[in-house]
Design a protein around this ligand. Structure first.
Ligand code: NAP
Length: 305
Protein backbone atom coordinates (compact mmCIF):
# COMPACT_ATOMS: atom_id res chain seq x y z
CA UNK A 1 0.00 0.00 0.00
CA UNK A 2 1.07 3.59 -0.63
CA UNK A 3 0.17 5.71 2.39
CA UNK A 4 0.01 9.51 2.29
CA UNK A 5 0.22 11.76 5.37
CA UNK A 6 -1.29 15.25 5.18
CA UNK A 7 -1.80 17.54 8.14
CA UNK A 8 -1.27 21.16 9.10
CA UNK A 9 -1.22 20.23 12.80
CA UNK A 10 0.22 16.73 13.20
CA UNK A 11 3.88 16.03 12.40
CA UNK A 12 4.81 12.98 10.21
CA UNK A 13 7.94 12.37 12.30
CA UNK A 14 5.65 11.82 15.29
CA UNK A 15 3.57 9.15 13.47
CA UNK A 16 5.82 7.49 10.86
CA UNK A 17 8.25 5.52 13.07
CA UNK A 18 5.52 3.53 14.80
CA UNK A 19 3.38 3.05 11.67
CA UNK A 20 6.38 2.01 9.56
CA UNK A 21 7.32 -0.54 12.20
CA UNK A 22 3.79 -2.01 12.14
CA UNK A 23 3.47 -1.85 8.32
CA UNK A 24 7.00 -2.74 7.11
CA UNK A 25 5.88 -3.66 3.57
CA UNK A 26 4.07 -0.37 2.89
CA UNK A 27 5.46 2.93 1.55
CA UNK A 28 4.87 6.26 3.27
CA UNK A 29 4.70 9.70 1.69
CA UNK A 30 4.19 13.18 3.17
CA UNK A 31 2.11 15.73 1.24
CA UNK A 32 2.84 17.36 -1.23
CA UNK A 33 4.71 14.20 -2.38
CA UNK A 34 1.70 12.21 -3.65
CA UNK A 35 3.69 9.56 -5.55
CA UNK A 36 2.21 10.70 -8.87
CA UNK A 37 -1.32 10.18 -7.48
CA UNK A 38 -0.67 6.48 -6.73
CA UNK A 39 -1.92 6.55 -3.13
CA UNK A 40 -4.15 3.91 -1.47
CA UNK A 41 -4.62 5.38 2.01
CA UNK A 42 -4.61 9.01 3.16
CA UNK A 43 -3.89 9.69 6.83
CA UNK A 44 -5.22 13.19 7.55
CA UNK A 45 -5.91 15.69 10.32
CA UNK A 46 -6.70 19.28 9.30
CA UNK A 47 -5.12 18.26 6.02
CA UNK A 48 -3.31 20.55 3.58
CA UNK A 49 -5.54 22.24 0.94
CA UNK A 50 -6.01 20.19 -2.26
CA UNK A 51 -4.77 17.00 -0.61
CA UNK A 52 -7.44 14.86 -2.32
CA UNK A 53 -7.51 16.70 -5.68
CA UNK A 54 -5.27 14.24 -7.58
CA UNK A 55 -5.72 11.00 -5.65
CA UNK A 56 -7.78 8.83 -7.98
CA UNK A 57 -6.87 5.43 -6.51
CA UNK A 58 -7.74 6.14 -2.88
CA UNK A 59 -9.36 3.28 -0.96
CA UNK A 60 -9.42 4.79 2.54
CA UNK A 61 -9.26 8.20 4.17
CA UNK A 62 -8.27 7.62 7.79
CA UNK A 63 -8.59 10.60 10.12
CA UNK A 64 -5.89 11.04 12.76
CA UNK A 65 -8.36 13.04 14.85
CA UNK A 66 -11.74 12.10 16.30
CA UNK A 67 -13.43 15.20 14.80
CA UNK A 68 -13.85 15.00 11.01
CA UNK A 69 -15.60 18.27 10.04
CA UNK A 70 -12.57 19.41 7.98
CA UNK A 71 -12.67 16.22 5.90
CA UNK A 72 -16.46 16.09 5.51
CA UNK A 73 -16.48 19.75 4.39
CA UNK A 74 -13.73 19.38 1.72
CA UNK A 75 -15.09 20.01 -1.79
CA UNK A 76 -12.31 17.77 -3.24
CA UNK A 77 -13.37 14.74 -1.18
CA UNK A 78 -13.48 11.80 -3.64
CA UNK A 79 -16.94 10.25 -3.88
CA UNK A 80 -17.36 6.71 -2.60
CA UNK A 81 -14.09 6.54 -0.63
CA UNK A 82 -14.77 5.60 3.00
CA UNK A 83 -13.70 8.14 5.64
CA UNK A 84 -12.86 6.57 8.99
CA UNK A 85 -12.79 8.44 12.30
CA UNK A 86 -10.02 7.74 14.75
CA UNK A 87 -11.27 6.09 17.92
CA UNK A 88 -8.25 6.33 20.18
CA UNK A 89 -8.46 4.90 23.73
CA UNK A 90 -5.62 7.25 24.74
CA UNK A 91 -7.67 10.26 23.61
CA UNK A 92 -10.79 9.00 25.38
CA UNK A 93 -8.77 8.68 28.61
CA UNK A 94 -7.16 12.12 28.15
CA UNK A 95 -10.51 13.79 27.48
CA UNK A 96 -11.90 12.18 30.64
CA UNK A 97 -9.05 13.64 32.67
CA UNK A 98 -9.53 17.12 31.17
CA UNK A 99 -13.30 17.23 31.65
CA UNK A 100 -13.09 15.88 35.21
CA UNK A 101 -10.40 18.47 36.03
CA UNK A 102 -12.67 21.26 34.73
CA UNK A 103 -15.81 19.95 36.45
CA UNK A 104 -13.92 19.72 39.76
CA UNK A 105 -12.33 23.17 39.30
CA UNK A 106 -15.84 24.63 39.10
CA UNK A 107 -17.52 22.30 41.63
CA UNK A 108 -14.80 22.85 44.28
CA UNK A 109 -14.61 26.63 43.47
CA UNK A 110 -10.90 26.48 42.68
CA UNK A 111 -11.38 29.16 39.98
CA UNK A 112 -12.54 31.45 42.85
CA UNK A 113 -9.74 30.50 45.21
CA UNK A 114 -7.15 31.38 42.54
CA UNK A 115 -8.67 34.90 42.47
CA UNK A 116 -8.86 35.07 46.25
CA UNK A 117 -5.17 34.19 46.45
CA UNK A 118 -4.32 37.02 44.03
CA UNK A 119 -6.27 39.38 46.31
CA UNK A 120 -4.76 37.86 49.50
CA UNK A 121 -8.33 37.17 50.62
CA UNK A 122 -9.03 34.40 53.16
CA UNK A 123 -12.61 33.46 52.35
CA UNK A 124 -14.51 30.17 52.22
CA UNK A 125 -17.28 29.39 49.77
CA UNK A 126 -20.14 27.04 50.54
CA UNK A 127 -19.32 23.38 49.93
CA UNK A 128 -21.49 21.29 47.63
CA UNK A 129 -21.59 17.52 47.37
CA UNK A 130 -21.23 15.89 43.96
CA UNK A 131 -24.78 14.62 44.47
CA UNK A 132 -25.98 18.27 44.67
CA UNK A 133 -24.87 18.81 41.07
CA UNK A 134 -26.10 17.69 37.67
CA UNK A 135 -23.60 17.62 34.81
CA UNK A 136 -25.15 17.72 31.34
CA UNK A 137 -23.16 16.07 28.56
CA UNK A 138 -24.04 17.12 25.01
CA UNK A 139 -23.04 14.18 22.85
CA UNK A 140 -23.05 10.64 24.20
CA UNK A 141 -20.61 9.16 21.68
CA UNK A 142 -17.17 7.66 22.23
CA UNK A 143 -16.08 10.55 24.44
CA UNK A 144 -19.36 11.65 26.03
CA UNK A 145 -20.54 8.20 27.13
CA UNK A 146 -17.17 7.37 28.73
CA UNK A 147 -17.04 10.69 30.60
CA UNK A 148 -20.68 10.39 31.67
CA UNK A 149 -19.88 7.03 33.30
CA UNK A 150 -16.83 8.48 35.11
CA UNK A 151 -18.75 11.47 36.47
CA UNK A 152 -21.59 9.18 37.56
CA UNK A 153 -19.07 6.97 39.41
CA UNK A 154 -17.85 10.11 41.23
CA UNK A 155 -21.38 10.75 42.54
CA UNK A 156 -22.59 13.47 40.14
CA UNK A 157 -26.00 13.28 38.57
CA UNK A 158 -25.43 13.07 34.83
CA UNK A 159 -27.82 13.94 32.01
CA UNK A 160 -26.84 13.31 28.40
CA UNK A 161 -28.12 14.44 25.02
CA UNK A 162 -27.77 12.47 21.81
CA UNK A 163 -29.39 12.50 18.37
CA UNK A 164 -30.77 8.98 18.68
CA UNK A 165 -32.33 7.58 21.88
CA UNK A 166 -29.78 5.91 24.20
CA UNK A 167 -29.77 3.96 27.39
CA UNK A 168 -26.69 4.15 29.65
CA UNK A 169 -26.52 2.80 33.21
CA UNK A 170 -27.15 5.52 35.78
CA UNK A 171 -27.33 8.32 33.18
CA UNK A 172 -30.45 10.33 32.38
CA UNK A 173 -30.46 10.07 28.57
CA UNK A 174 -32.61 12.30 26.41
CA UNK A 175 -32.95 13.53 22.83
CA UNK A 176 -34.50 16.78 24.14
CA UNK A 177 -31.76 19.42 24.36
CA UNK A 178 -33.77 21.93 26.40
CA UNK A 179 -34.62 19.21 28.93
CA UNK A 180 -30.94 18.22 29.37
CA UNK A 181 -29.57 21.76 29.51
CA UNK A 182 -32.39 22.89 31.82
CA UNK A 183 -31.60 20.29 34.48
CA UNK A 184 -27.80 20.94 34.35
CA UNK A 185 -25.53 22.94 36.65
CA UNK A 186 -22.55 22.31 34.38
CA UNK A 187 -22.77 21.63 30.65
CA UNK A 188 -20.02 19.80 28.75
CA UNK A 189 -20.06 20.04 24.95
CA UNK A 190 -18.78 16.86 23.26
CA UNK A 191 -20.68 17.11 19.98
CA UNK A 192 -19.31 16.85 16.45
CA UNK A 193 -19.45 20.13 14.53
CA UNK A 194 -22.16 19.75 11.87
CA UNK A 195 -24.70 22.15 10.32
CA UNK A 196 -27.12 20.97 13.06
CA UNK A 197 -24.79 21.65 15.98
CA UNK A 198 -23.05 24.87 14.87
CA UNK A 199 -24.02 27.73 17.22
CA UNK A 200 -26.05 25.35 19.40
CA UNK A 201 -24.83 26.92 22.66
CA UNK A 202 -26.58 30.24 22.16
CA UNK A 203 -28.27 32.74 24.48
CA UNK A 204 -31.34 30.57 24.98
CA UNK A 205 -29.40 27.40 25.90
CA UNK A 206 -26.88 29.24 28.08
CA UNK A 207 -29.69 30.92 30.04
CA UNK A 208 -31.26 27.50 30.69
CA UNK A 209 -28.14 26.25 32.51
CA UNK A 210 -28.72 26.70 36.26
CA UNK A 211 -27.48 29.96 37.80
CA UNK A 212 -23.86 29.89 39.00
CA UNK A 213 -23.22 26.98 36.66
CA UNK A 214 -20.47 26.52 34.11
CA UNK A 215 -19.90 25.70 30.47
CA UNK A 216 -17.11 23.39 29.36
CA UNK A 217 -16.50 23.38 25.61
CA UNK A 218 -13.98 20.77 24.53
CA UNK A 219 -15.63 19.95 21.16
CA UNK A 220 -15.26 22.73 18.55
CA UNK A 221 -15.26 26.53 18.77
CA UNK A 222 -18.19 26.78 16.35
CA UNK A 223 -20.58 25.23 18.88
CA UNK A 224 -20.63 28.34 21.10
CA UNK A 225 -22.00 31.79 20.24
CA UNK A 226 -19.24 33.77 21.95
CA UNK A 227 -21.10 37.11 22.45
CA UNK A 228 -23.93 35.14 24.14
CA UNK A 229 -21.42 33.37 26.39
CA UNK A 230 -19.75 36.65 27.37
CA UNK A 231 -23.19 38.10 28.20
CA UNK A 232 -24.02 35.05 30.37
CA UNK A 233 -20.70 35.44 32.24
CA UNK A 234 -20.90 39.24 32.59
CA UNK A 235 -24.45 39.02 34.01
CA UNK A 236 -23.11 36.39 36.49
CA UNK A 237 -25.68 33.88 35.27
CA UNK A 238 -22.77 31.53 34.58
CA UNK A 239 -19.95 31.39 37.14
CA UNK A 240 -17.22 30.25 34.77
CA UNK A 241 -16.48 28.86 31.32
CA UNK A 242 -13.72 26.46 30.30
CA UNK A 243 -12.86 26.75 26.61
CA UNK A 244 -10.39 24.51 24.80
CA UNK A 245 -11.50 25.15 21.20
CA UNK A 246 -12.02 28.32 19.19
CA UNK A 247 -12.84 29.79 15.81
CA UNK A 248 -10.33 30.64 14.49
CA UNK A 249 -7.41 28.75 15.98
CA UNK A 250 -4.94 29.92 17.15
CA UNK A 251 -7.10 32.36 19.13
CA UNK A 252 -6.10 35.87 17.91
CA UNK A 253 -4.07 37.94 20.41
CA UNK A 254 -6.80 40.62 20.35
CA UNK A 255 -9.60 38.28 21.47
CA UNK A 256 -11.36 39.39 24.68
CA UNK A 257 -11.48 35.73 25.74
CA UNK A 258 -7.78 35.74 26.70
CA UNK A 259 -8.27 38.12 29.61
CA UNK A 260 -11.89 37.59 30.64
CA UNK A 261 -11.95 36.83 34.39
CA UNK A 262 -14.74 34.29 33.93
CA UNK A 263 -12.87 32.16 31.40
CA UNK A 264 -10.19 29.51 31.70
CA UNK A 265 -8.80 28.68 28.29
CA UNK A 266 -6.43 26.11 26.85
CA UNK A 267 -4.98 25.80 23.29
CA UNK A 268 -6.99 22.81 21.94
CA UNK A 269 -5.20 20.28 24.13
CA UNK A 270 -8.17 18.62 25.88
CA UNK A 271 -7.22 15.32 24.21
CA UNK A 272 -4.38 14.96 21.71
CA UNK A 273 -4.04 12.10 19.22
CA UNK A 274 -1.58 9.62 20.62
CA UNK A 275 0.31 7.31 18.19
CA UNK A 276 1.13 4.84 21.00
CA UNK A 277 -2.57 4.14 21.64
CA UNK A 278 -4.02 4.74 18.17
CA UNK A 279 -1.50 3.16 15.77
CA UNK A 280 -3.01 -0.32 16.23
CA UNK A 281 -6.48 1.05 15.30
CA UNK A 282 -5.12 2.73 12.16
CA UNK A 283 -3.21 -0.39 11.14
CA UNK A 284 -6.31 -2.52 11.72
CA UNK A 285 -8.30 -0.34 9.31
CA UNK A 286 -5.53 -0.44 6.68
CA UNK A 287 -5.36 -4.25 6.97
CA UNK A 288 -9.14 -4.46 6.60
CA UNK A 289 -8.98 -2.47 3.36
CA UNK A 290 -6.06 -4.63 2.16
CA UNK A 291 -8.26 -7.71 2.71
CA UNK A 292 -11.16 -6.06 0.89
CA UNK A 293 -13.19 -5.57 4.07
CA UNK A 294 -15.10 -2.46 5.15
CA UNK A 295 -13.06 -0.23 7.48
CA UNK A 296 -14.37 0.45 11.01
CA UNK A 297 -15.78 3.71 12.40
CA UNK A 298 -16.69 5.22 9.04
CA UNK A 299 -18.40 8.60 8.77
CA UNK A 300 -22.14 8.69 8.14
CA UNK A 301 -22.31 11.50 5.56
CA UNK A 302 -26.07 11.94 5.96
CA UNK A 303 -25.60 12.67 9.68
CA UNK A 304 -22.41 14.70 9.02
CA UNK A 305 -20.17 12.87 11.53
P1 NAP B 1 -19.09 10.58 18.35
O1 NAP B 1 -18.67 9.27 18.88
O2 NAP B 1 -19.42 10.72 16.90
O3 NAP B 1 -20.34 11.06 19.22
C1 NAP B 1 -21.06 12.20 18.90
C2 NAP B 1 -22.26 12.31 19.80
O4 NAP B 1 -22.95 13.53 19.48
C3 NAP B 1 -23.26 11.16 19.60
O5 NAP B 1 -23.84 10.80 20.83
C4 NAP B 1 -24.29 11.79 18.68
O6 NAP B 1 -25.58 11.23 18.78
C5 NAP B 1 -24.31 13.20 19.19
N1 NAP B 1 -24.84 14.11 18.17
C6 NAP B 1 -24.32 14.39 16.98
N2 NAP B 1 -25.12 15.24 16.28
C7 NAP B 1 -26.16 15.47 17.08
C8 NAP B 1 -27.34 16.22 16.94
N3 NAP B 1 -27.60 16.94 15.82
N4 NAP B 1 -28.22 16.21 17.94
C9 NAP B 1 -27.98 15.51 19.06
N5 NAP B 1 -26.88 14.77 19.27
C10 NAP B 1 -25.98 14.74 18.28
O7 NAP B 1 -17.98 11.70 18.65
P2 NAP B 1 -16.77 11.63 19.72
O8 NAP B 1 -15.73 10.71 19.25
O9 NAP B 1 -17.35 11.42 21.07
O10 NAP B 1 -16.19 13.12 19.57
C11 NAP B 1 -16.99 14.26 19.76
C12 NAP B 1 -16.24 15.50 19.32
O11 NAP B 1 -15.22 15.84 20.26
C13 NAP B 1 -15.46 15.36 18.01
O12 NAP B 1 -16.30 15.50 16.89
C14 NAP B 1 -14.45 16.49 18.12
O13 NAP B 1 -14.98 17.66 17.52
C15 NAP B 1 -14.31 16.71 19.62
N6 NAP B 1 -12.93 16.42 20.10
C16 NAP B 1 -12.21 17.42 20.66
C17 NAP B 1 -10.93 17.17 21.14
C18 NAP B 1 -10.12 18.25 21.80
O14 NAP B 1 -8.91 18.07 22.07
N7 NAP B 1 -10.70 19.38 22.15
C19 NAP B 1 -10.38 15.88 21.03
C20 NAP B 1 -11.16 14.86 20.46
C21 NAP B 1 -12.44 15.15 19.98
P3 NAP B 1 -25.84 9.68 18.40
O15 NAP B 1 -25.27 8.89 19.58
O16 NAP B 1 -27.29 9.58 18.26
O17 NAP B 1 -25.05 9.45 17.12
Amino acid sequence: MNILFSSTKEKPEFWFPLLQKLLPGDRFFAFPDINGGDIDVALVATHQPRTFANLHKLRLIQSLWMGVENIVGDADLPKGVPVARLIDPGMVAAMGETVIAYVLDWHRHFYCYRDFQQQKTWKRRRQYLASDRTVGILGLGELGSSIAAKLHAMGFHVAGWSRRPKSLDGIYCSTDLEDVVGRSDAVVCLLPLTPHTRGILNKDKLQRIKRDGCLINVARGGHVVIPDLLAALDSKHLAHAYLDVFEPEPLPAGSPLWSHPGITLTPHIAALSEPRTSAAKIVDNIERVRRGQKPLNTVDFAAGY
